[in-house]
Design a binder for this molecule. Structure first.
Ligand code: NAD
Length: 254
């Protein structure tokens, strides 16, 4: 039961972030959503569960805006109890052709933003001696794929950050863990499926994408990831610290 707790989920207007926000709201938490796109639909969907819901449009590539976001959550609800660092982008290109500005934005959004939210939200969690920091890494936080140098570097970095923060908070009521999803059918992955499709055969491309990495041949869902995040928020998960927990249809078992 997360009644009275406040969750800040970055990049929660779509995909995995929205799935996690919905589960936390269902458990009674107040939510601060963040991200672009169809903000109204996301706020409406999360509001159904009855807790209070806010949205802040901070660009997670900008440290100043990230500070505004965390302060906004504190002003609105008195503090951030659950921090889910989920905002992320992808770009696929060989390393020697990788656009420099895409490298910089992937490192900023997928890795540095979690450093900023953590350093800003942690003092309040320590003061209340309760907190949950959940970093949405990836199977690419633990293994690599060709063409994804920036993403793989950022997600491995995020797993490292997770472990460091878990050690620094080990004797407190604050835990820090990473979740490492395999393929989830969100706009981020649909773009890759479309880009790989030969002669517009999207169904074939989707199958091939799964067959390459994910032995279950099925997608992980945002709902399933939300349920794992909810478990990490529970008292039963108090001694889960510094884990990089994969939910990946068997990807990393290979
Ligand atoms: P998505 O594209 O559906 O959602 C991304 C969210 O981040 C959106 O709400 C978007 O508005 C927001 N966002 C993007 N750039 C932002 C910025 N600069 N500032 C603030 N918000 C921003 O993607 P998704 O697949 O749900 O991915 C969510 C996270 O899960 C990412 O970190 C991604 O790397 C990770 N992940 C995804 C998969 C997958 O298969 N989809 C697998 C492993 C990990």
């Amino acid at each position: 039961n997360l009644q009275g707790k406040t969750a800040l989920v970055t990049g929660s207007t779509s995909g995995i972030g929205l799935g996690i926000a919905l589960k936390l709201a269902e458990a009674g938490a107040n939510l601060v959503l963040n991200g672009f796109g169809d903000v109204e639909a996301a706020v409406a969907a999360v509001t159904v569960h009855g807790g209070q819901v806010r949205h802040h449009p901070a660009d997670m590539s900008k440290p100043v805006e990230i500070e505004t976001l965390v302060r906004y959550a504190e002003e609105q609800f008195g503090g951030v109890d659950i921090l889910v660092n989920n905002a992320g982008i992808q770009h696929v290109a060989p390393v020697e052709e990788f656009p420099v500005e895409r490298w910089d934005s992937i490192i900023a959004i997928n890795l540095s933003s979690a450093f900023h939210t953590t350093r800003l939200a942690l003092p309040g969690m320590r003061a209340r001696n309760w907190g949950r920091i959940i970093n949405i890494a990836s199977a690419h936080g633990l293994a690599a794929s060709a063409g994804k140098s920036a993403y793989v570097a950022a997600k491995h970095g995020l797993v490292g950050l997770t472990k460091s923060v878990a050690l620094e908070t080990a004797t407190t009521g604050v835990t820090c863990n990473a979740i490492c999803p395999g393929w989830v059918l969100t706009p981020l992955v649909q773009k890759q499926i479309d880009a790989r499709a030969v002669d517009g055969d999207v169904a074939r491309s989707r199958h091939d994408l799964l067959a390459e990495k994910q032995p279950s041949l099925d997608f992980v869902t945002p709902e399933q990831l939300g349920a794992l995040a909810l478990f990490l928020c529970s008292e039963a998960a108090e001694q889960v610290r510094g884990a990089a927990w994969n939910m990946d249809g068997g990807w990393l078992a290979q």
